[in-house]
Ligand binder design. Structure first.
Ligand code: G3P
Ligand code: CA
Length: 227
């Protein structure tokens, strides 16, 4: 089975995270899929950013939920890049997208865009929030979803099945062969994050993972030559 290499917030190790520049670079570098994070602006726009507050990644301050899209557009998200809206990313790249719902309130807006753009084939929805995955599955029957977890036990497999997810995206430093075996037996794919070093790549292959989420484009090439 091919090992999927997913670009984390684009390729955040070499470009400003969650910007069009980062996504286009990830696409050009041949990543198998591109991961991004979603929030809602004050006026309901589906914006791409990791934190709930703009302070760390832009020259602004305050919660995204208190800023309008116009205000967010005025910020510098790194190297002069603007905060993108989700639809811009859909237009800018050809690779499949893993869209992570950070703010559970974004599930409805995401479902609306995916339906209107007929984009469920190329977008997989992931989240730490079980309820957000259940909601989007209800709004968009057939959408592919994945449960993300950093701290977890074997019960994460049942949690994923309970919301109809087909994928687990798990912190690689806590993964075990037992969990991967259980997940595979339950029909779930398992992606490890983050896979940023040759050691983590070796671990990912040793654990029999289906792929890894990485900050660096080189991992894509390295993954081709590890089995
Ligand atoms: O792909 C999963 C990963 O993106 C979750 O962590 O903090 O980058 O959203 P974070
Ligand atoms: Ca993410």
């Amino acid at each position: 089975m091919p090992f999927l290499t997913i670009g984390h917030r684009g390729v955040m190790g070499v470009e400003p995270e969650n910007t069009l520049r980062s996504f286009v670079r990830a696409d050009r570098e041949g990543m198998d899929a591109i991961e991004l994070d979603l929030h809602l602006s004050k006026d309901g726009a589906l914006v791409v950013m990791h934190d709930a507050d703009v302070g760390r990644t832009t020259d602004g301050e305050g919660p995204i939920a208190d800023l309008t899209l116009d205000e967010l557009r005025g910020l510098d998200a790194g190297s002069g890049e603007r905060v993108p809206v989700f639809e811009e990313v859909l237009e800018a790249v050809r690779a499949p997208i893993q869209a992570e719902i950070k703010d559970a309130a974004a599930a409805r807006a995401l479902a609306e865009v995916l339906r209107r753009r007929d984009a469920t084939g190329r977008v997989e929805v992931i989240s730490f929030h079980d309820a957000a995955l259940a909601e989007i599955a209800k709004l968009l029957p057939g959408v592919r979803t994945g449960l993300v977890a950093q701290y977890y036990g074997l019960d994460v497999v049942d949690r994923a099945k309970a919301v109809g997810a087909g994928l687990l995206v798990l912190d690689i430093t806590r993964l075990t062969l037992e969990l991967v075996g259980l997940a595979h037996a339950a029909g779930l794919k398992v992606i490890g994050w983050v896979v940023n070093t040759p050691e983590h790549l070796k671990l990912a292959r040793g654990l029999g993972l289906d792929g890894g989420t990485t900050d660096f484009p080189e991992i894509k090439n390295a993954a081709r030559y590890t089995a």
